[in-house]
Design a protein around this ligand. Structure first.
Ligand SMILES: C[S@@+](CC[C@H](N)C(=O)[O-])C[C@H]1O[C@@H](n2cnc3c(N)ncnc32)[C@H](O)[C@@H]1O
Length: 234
């Protein structure tokens, strides 16, 4: 975790490989704990109820921004870092199609098992930095929670933001969470403590990648939420 010994210099490819390996190990050790560290052991009911509460808070209270008048059952959405499917399952109660990626094949196995009864859910193992595994169609909304706070590379996070821009329809929202505590210390190759963003850095990221950064919540905190709306032109 944060005190893991990691080399001070690491290439992006090595960083991605380490992410996959570390998250596979965490999944084998205790997937649900590493997904949500508030409990060491989770029953199915407890685990998916915690996901349901998060979706109620993040999604169901924000349907005007997210749906923009569209019927959620007709919406196609992207989730980055689905873990063991804790949020994917309740997302599929709201939206018609959910396309979710995770860098860890072990997490992907668990997410697929958790959503096997959901024909609208598609789970892909990706390379940890782009969305090329997702069919190149137009998506209506993208979401990511408790994932970028574990990514120690601004380059990788920015790659995801550009990839979401590529997949979303103009005007659609990418709602996601990053680490907002700028005093947090991380280093290249850390796969637990991610790079922090100030409000100014988050705003600049949006503008560089073709988004309008319309709202922020939790500036300076671990749960720093960003509302990026896709501009028609980058
Ligand atoms: C703390 S878990 C959260 C899972 C899920 N979002 C939830 O809240 O239930 C973080 C997840 O992000 C995944 N992850 C970490 N780095 C990633 C990356 N670069 N690309 C895709 N997934 C990543 C991990 O494999 C892990 O499943």
């Amino acid at each position: 975790m944060s005190n893991e010994i990691t080399p001070s210099k690491i290439t992006t490819d090595e960083q991605l490989e380490k992410m996959r390996r570390d998250w596979d190990n965490r999944a084998r050790q205790n997937a649900r704990y590493f997904v949500d560290t508030s409990q060491t052991s989770w029953t199915d009911d407890e685990f998916f109820a915690s996901g349901q509460r998060a979706i109620e808070e993040d999604i169901l209270t924000d349907m005007t921004n997210i749906c923009q008048g569209k019927d959620p059952a007709a919406m196609r959405v992207v989730e980055i870092g689905c873990g063991a499917g804790r949020l994917t399952r309740p997302l599929s109660n709201v939206f018609g199609e959910v396309h979710a990626v995770d860098v860890s094949g072990e997490m992907v196995k668990r997410a697929r098992a958790a959503t096997a009864d959901r024909p609208g859910v598609h789970i892909y193992q990706n390379n940890g930095c782009d969305l090329s595994v997702i069919p190149p169609r137009e998506y209506d909304f993208a979401y990511s929670a408790i994932v970028f706070q574990h990514i120690a590379s601004r380059e990788i996070i920015e790659s995801y933001v550009r990839e979401v821009w590529r997949l979303l329809r103009p005007g659609a929202l990418f709602k996601f969470q990053v680490q907002g505590d700028v005093n947090v210390q991380t280093h290249p190759g850390d796969t637990w403590v991610g790079v922090p963003y100030s409000e100014a850095q988050a705003r600049a990221l949006a503008l560089r990648c073709g988004f309008e950064p319309r709202h922020f919540h939790g500036v300076g905190e671990q749960y720093f939420w960003l509302w990026f709306f896709k501009r028609a032109q980058q």
